[in-house]
Design a protein. Sequence first.
Length: 209
Amino acid sequence: MPRGAFIAVEGLDRSGKTTQVTNLETRFQAAGIDVKLLKFPDRTTAIGKMIDAYLRSQSELDDHAIHLLFSANRWELATTIERLLNEGTIVVCDRYAFSGVAFSAAKGLDLDWCRSPDVSLPAPDVTLFLDISPEKARERGGYGEERYEKEELQRKVRTIFSKISGEFSAEKWVTVDAGRSQEDVAADVWSFVEGFAAGVHSPLQRLWT
Ligand code: FDM
């Protein structure tokens, strides 16, 4: 029996990522396929609550410390992800380790240091990156209230995502122009992932190999 596919959806703020991820879940369900939607940070765990307080500026933490918490938050769910995949369930993640690296490196941390706590986490079979220019994001009403929702930081994050994308083959990392209508973006997203509905025969890989 093939295992389930591991699909990560990354994106900039105001890219419509959450809408697209929910839409993807609905489409897999409608096709009768087991799918589990996960979101990072998962703010419901003890570690997630610390992350949530930090993002809402209710606490202060050293940049390295918060980076490690984001990674620990993924490790909390790593065995669950593997189990689901082995059971044949498709796992769709709203943000994953690439956000971890992109945001912390945009704040000035060393890129290789940022990768290290995530080494050997389950690696997505494909990552969809929903890209939007800061100008388009502004047209959509600009950014929210949380700590990282600032145009200057978002610009840096975008540059680092672009650098990370260069390390992957075109099948593993797909950049989607998210500045278009929801329907157009959804059609593109589906066209890139529908092939995964039948499952994956190759073994699960590990970050950052
Ligand atoms: N974020 C998210 C990080 O800085 N590191 C991480 O590892 C992850 C998963 O948290 F600004 C940032 C990205 C974003 C913020 O994400 C909260 P959501 O998707 O807005 O909840």
